[in-house]
Design a protein around this ligand. Structure first.
Ligand SMILES: C[S@@+](CC[C@H](N)C(=O)[O-])C[C@H]1O[C@@H](n2cnc3c(N)ncnc32)[C@H](O)[C@@H]1O
Length: 287
C-alpha cells in the first residue's frame, strides 16, 4: 500500500484509483459520488454545448471504462466500514443502438445492490429524436454487508417515506464545472443514511465538492478526490463558505417530517398513506 493519502476534512488532487489504493480498510461510513460517464464527447444534435471536463477526456474504450469502474467500486468497498453504503449516480447510455445499463458492471463488483433509485431531473441538455427525451438518471444504493447480513438496518420512517423516484432539477452550470450535483441530492442521502454525527463521508470524484459541503453542514467529516486542481480549488472555496448554502440544505431537511412513524401507523392499522402522488386520472376515485 502507498503512503496513506486519507486525512479527514481534506481533498486530494489526484487519480481516484491510485488514491483509494493508499487508504486503509474499513474507515469510510458513506460514499456519494458520480463518476464521468464516458460519454465520448458526442456533440451532434445537442441542444447545448457538450459537457467537457477540465483535466481529462471523457472518452475511452467502453470495456476499459467498465473495468475501471469495477476497480474503483471494489476499492471503495474495501475501505468502507461493514454496514456502510455507497450511492453511485450513473445513467443508461446507448452506443450504436445498443443499450449500456450500469448493471452490466455493478453485478461484477463486491457490493450488494440494495436499491435502484430513479433521479428525474425534469430537464436534460441532450435532446435527440431516436428515443423519448431521456431526463432520468439512476442512483444505485450499494451496501457492504455486516456479519453476512445482506439487508442491513431499516431507514427511519421520516426518510423511508420518500419514493424511489426523486424529482430534482440539475444544478445550473454557473461555475466552471459541467455537471455538479444539486446540493439537495447528497443532502437527502447523507441525512437519511447516517444516524449519528461526525461520520466520514467520501466523494472520490468530488468535482466542485457538493457532497463534501452537504456532509460538513450536516455535522460530518468529509474526504474528496478529484483529478482537476481547478475543481478542487472551487470545492475548497465552497467548503470555506459552506454557511451560504445552508438555506437550501435546510429546505431539504424540512421535507423529512412525518406525523407518526411506520410503527405507529401499523399499530393503528391505517392503510391510507398521505404521501402518494395525486393523480389527475385516478380511475379509482368515486365520481
Ligand atoms: C460528474 S463529475 C462530479 C461532479 C460532482 N458531483 C460535483 O458536484 O461537482 C466527475 C468528476 O470526476 C473527476 N475525475 C475524472 N477522472 C478522474 C480520475 N481518474 N480521478 C479522479 N477524479 C476524476 C472529474 O474531474 C469530475 O470533476
Amino acid at each position: 500500500m502507498n503512503n496513506n493519502k486519507f486525512t479527514p476534512n481534506s481533498i486530494v488532487v489526484g487519480d481516484v484509483l491510485e488514491t483509494l489504493r493508499s487508504i486503509p480498510n474499513d474507515i469510510i461510513d458513506l460514499t456519494v459520488t458520480s463518476p464521468p460517464y464516458n460519454k465520448r464527447n458526442k456533440s451532434h444534435g445537442w441542444l447545448v454545448t457538450n459537457e467537457k471536463y477540465s483535466h481529462f477526456d471523457d472518452h475511452i474504450p467502453e470495456e476499459k471504462y467498465q473495468q475501471l469502474q469495477i476497480a474503483v467500486l471494489d476499492e471503495i468497498f474495501r475501505i468502507t466500514k461493514p454496514g456502510g453504503s455507497l450511492f453511485y449516480n450513473h445513467k443508461h447510455r446507448w452506443t450504436n443502438g445498443v443499450l449500456i445499463n450500469p448493471f452490466s458492471w455493478l453485478v461484477n463488483t463486491k457490493w450488494t445492490i440494495k436499491q435502484e433509485l430513479i433521479w428525474d431531473r425534469v430537464i436534460a441538455a441532450n435532446m435527440r429524436g431516436w428515443r423519448f427525451w431521456q431526463i432520468d438518471e439512476r442512483i444505485y444504493w450499494l451496501y457492504k454487508p455486516k456479519d453476512n447480513y445482506l439487508i442491513g438496518k431499516e431507514l427511519e420512517s421520516m426518510h423511508a417515506k420518500f419514493a424511489s423516484i426523486w424529482h430534482m432539477r440539475p444544478e445550473h452550470r454557473t461555475n466552471s464545472h459541467p455537471a455538479p450535483f444539486p446540493i439537495e441530492l447528497p443532502t437527502r442521502i447523507i441525512y437519511s443514511i447516517l444516524t449519528s454525527k461526525n461520520c466520514i463521508v467520501m466523494d472520490p470524484f468530488c468535482g466542485t465538492g457538493t457532497t463534501l459541503v452537504a456532509a460538513k453542514l450536516l455535522g460530518h467529516r468529509y474526504f474528496g478526490i478529484d483529478v482537476s486542481p481547478e475543481y478542487v480549488k472551487h470545492a475548497i472555496e465552497r467548503l470555506e463558505k459552506s454557511e451560504d448554502e445552508k438555506n437550501r440544505l435546510q429546505k431539504e431537511k424540512l421535507k423529512h417530517v412525518i406525523e407518526d412513524s411506520f410503527a405507529a401507523r401499523k399499530k393503528r392499522g391505517t392503510i391510507s398513506w398521505p404521501y402518494g402522488p395525486k393523480l389527475d386520472n385516478d380511475s379509482t376515485k368515486k365520481k
